[in-house]
Design a protein around this ligand. Structure first.
Ligand code: SD4
Length: 290
């Protein structure tokens, strides 16, 4: 029987679900849990797909995308944010302290400084070295299951039964300068409806945006589908529309109001981390390609 509270996230980011669980187990809200949970990965310089240490765009700029959504349907997002290690916390401030939903680029950075965030160089020596090596050929290709972790999308239900979600990424490595993915786009990379459930995505953001994947999954759950079946249908829609699906990965993760979870992806290798009252687990995802 599913147990709340519960926190789940894309990939086996077990330090992130452990942090979220700590917040939930102490009686904290799902909003605090998802923010503090994903911050663990934003701060980890060895994780080259999220936050500090993230891989840069093709011109060497680390540009971050993140969004957060609460039980009341409020949301905040930052896109193309530079020099700030915790975009998720800036997104939360956009949600809570402005009349807006999305802040971009220089404006988002300026807003962060005004809110007391410190300027930091996010490009680590390791990511810089790899980027310089990549530049020798400058061949852009999407990599399936980067190091078996990627964007972190987290969904949680607190002891009151309320949902929240967060999603944060450095985006596709070596993307065109200015590119924004699905992760900070409400409905694409993340969607929460406190009456139904929540969903989040990882993988090639362009494909997730085209099907508004996370919103689609929540709507399918509203119509009665399980989180598992809803994730499968969202992946199947992408596959039906794009013949090149053997070249890219998409992973969806969903939870319903009862705390039931599901996930589905195109290629094997995606999994999600779960932490609830029964403990922590890594859950390999079913995939379209076997
Ligand atoms: C994006 N979904 O920016 C994100 C993260 C990513 O490989 O790059 N995944 O499209």
């Amino acid at each position: 029987k599913p147990i709340i509270p519960i926190a789940i996230c894309t990939w086996n980011f077990k330090n992130a679900t452990a942090k979220a669980w700590e917040v939930l187990n102490n009686g904290g809200t799902s909003l605090d849990a998802v923010e503090q949970g994903v911050m663990v990965e934003e701060a980890d310089v060895n994780n080259q797909t999220v936050g500090k240490g993230g891989r840069p765009d093709r011109d060497g700029n680390v540009t971050l995308d993140a969004c957060i959504m609460d039980k009341d349907g409020n949301c905040g997002s930052v896109v193309y944010l530079q020099n700030i290690a915790h975009p998720i916390s800036v997104a939360r401030k956009v949600m809570e302290e402005t009349p807006h939903v999305i802040l971009a680029g220089k404006g988002a950075e300026q807003f962060a400084y005004e809110k007391g965030f410190q300027k930091e160089n996010l490009l680590t020596e390791q990511s810089k070295k790899e980027w310089l090596k990549w530049k020798e050929e400058s061949k852009y290709e999407t990599i399936i299951n980067i190091e078996n972790h990627d964007t972190i999308g987290m969904l949680a239900i607190d002891k009151n039964g309320d949902l929240a979600g967060a999603c944060t990424t450095s985006g596709m490595a070596y993307k065109v300068n200015g590119r924004v993915g699905d992760s900070p786009i409400i409905g694409a990379g993340l969607f929460i409806d406190n009456e139904v459930g929540g969903a989040t995505a990882t993988g090639v953001g362009e494909e997730v945006i085209k099907t508004v994947g996370s919103f689609l999954i929540v709507e399918l759950m509203r119509q009665g589908k399980s989180p598992q079946k809803a994730c499968e249908e969202a992946v199947n829609r992408i596959i039906a529309k794009n013949k090149n699906h053997d070249t890219f990965q998409i992973g969806f993760l969903a939870i319903n109001k009862k705390g039931e979870t599901g996930s589905y992806c195109i290629h094997p290798g995606f999994s999600y981390s779960k932490y609830d009252g029964t403990g922590q687990s890594n859950n390999p995802s079913g995939s379209f390609v076997k």
